[in-house]
Design a binder for this molecule. Structure first.
Ligand SMILES: [Zn+2]
Ligand SMILES: [Zn+2]
Length: 99
């Protein structure tokens, strides 16, 4: 390993006497723009989030009270008496609308 060539990036360039220079804050940050791949991934993650945790096919239709877990679609939630996540006895099944 040749470590004799060390790049010195701590050089501060000082511009002197540039009074008439118009400084524009045109700082574009391309790293803030999400890529399509990232968006698709996020979309899939959201889809997984709203999918029924029992059949993994239908969208979640109920929120269980009192634990407020979103786990069940319509047919699965109809037969559920306990929350599949925390096993709290469901006292109320509230319909939710994801759209
Ligand atoms: Zn289901
Ligand atoms: Zn729960």
């Amino acid at each position: 390993m040749d470590t004799s060539k060390v790049e010195d990036k701590d050089i501060t360039t000082v511009k002197g006497g540039a009074l008439g220079s118009s400084q524009r804050s045109s700082d574009t940050r391309p790293d803030c723009v999400p890529s399509i791949e990232a968006l698709q991934e996020e979309n899939e993650r959201l889809n997984e989030k709203v999918k029924c945790k029992i059949c993994l096919k239908e969208n979640i239709h109920f929120v269980f009270m009192p634990c407020a877990h979103l786990v069940a679609c319509l047919p699965c939630g109809m037969t559920a008496s306990k929350c599949m996540k925390c096993f709290t006895v469901i006292v109320e099944k509230r319909k939710i609308y994801l759209e």
